[in-house]
Design a protein. Structure first.
Length: 248
């Protein structure tokens, strides 16, 4: 099985080298998408001779970095793409767990709430936990999934699954578009437990998304748009959020 591990980064000079050092233990092919970093991340990446780098001249957003990762993966001979963050929240040692689980799935997603780990940090920021629970529940009701964590970026994708996805959401809501498209395409999805690590609970999303209500509204809009983009989803859309009931 040919494996490629993709890591989106934006101003990750603090964690970059230690994360790459650990990832190398489990993946010989590493792709870093530098999403317009303005700190020393570009200089640190220039020293990594064994790492492929895609550079965005300016910051485009988390989803945009993963869109670049998907596109790059499909130009290579990789069979499975792993995606993970570079802020210390995802343990590279869990990569083999994702790979073991994908033998009968198209997408395997880490879940920070599937089970407890001794490494778990003591508390999840309250607004993040509430929003995650709310959106996860609404996705399950809408799509027929049984997810426990709608937002974890630690995932494994089969190449054939990547070919079927048409991701356009460039912001933090990109994983929600993935779930909608996975359901509409009939992809097999599975979760595996990963530790819940919040090393910097004060880390901000940026802009209006720092406001929890605005963030929740944005996530719901991403889901509605993902459904609206597929003509077969109109009946589901009318049954979903209160704001869409007028189409009945």
């Amino acid at each position: 099985m040919q494996l490629l591990t993709a890591i989106p980064v934006y101003n990750e000079e603090r964690h970059l080298e230690s994360v790459l050092e650990e990832v190398r233990r489990y993946s010989s092919r590493i792709l870093v998408i530098d999403d317009g970093s303005t700190d020393h991340t570009p200089e640190l990446l220039a020293r990594q001779s064994d790492v492929q780098v895609v550079t965005h001249p300016r910051n485009r957003g988390y989803g945009s970095a993963l869109i670049s990762a998907f596109s790059h993966a499909l130009t290579t001979d990789c069979d499975v793409l792993i995606t993970m963050d570079c802020d210390g929240q995802h343990e590279p040692a869990r990569i083999p767990v994702l790979l073991e689980a994908i033998h009968d799935a198209d997408i395997v997603s880490g879940s920070r709430y599937l089970r407890d780990f001794r490494q778990n940090t003591l508390a999840t920021p309250a607004d993040r936990r509430h929003i995650n629970e709310t959106i996860t529940r609404e996705l399950n009701e809408l799509l027929g999934f049984n997810l426990t964590d709608a937002f974890c970026g630690f995932k494994a994708y089969r190449r054939d699954a990547l070919k079927r996805l048409r991701i356009t959401e460039t912001g933090w809501g990109m994983p929600l578009q993935v779930w909608v498209q996975a359901a509409l395409c009939g992809l097999r999805v599975k979760e595996v437990g990963v530790p819940r690590l919040y090393l910097d609970p004060n880390r901000a999303f940026g802009g209006v998304l720092n406001d929890a209500d605005e963030r929740l509204a944005y996530y719901r809009q991403v889901i509605q748009q993902a459904l609206a983009d597929n003509s077969t989803s109109s009946d589901w859309l009318c049954e979903f959020l209160p704001t869409s009931r007028s189409c009945r």
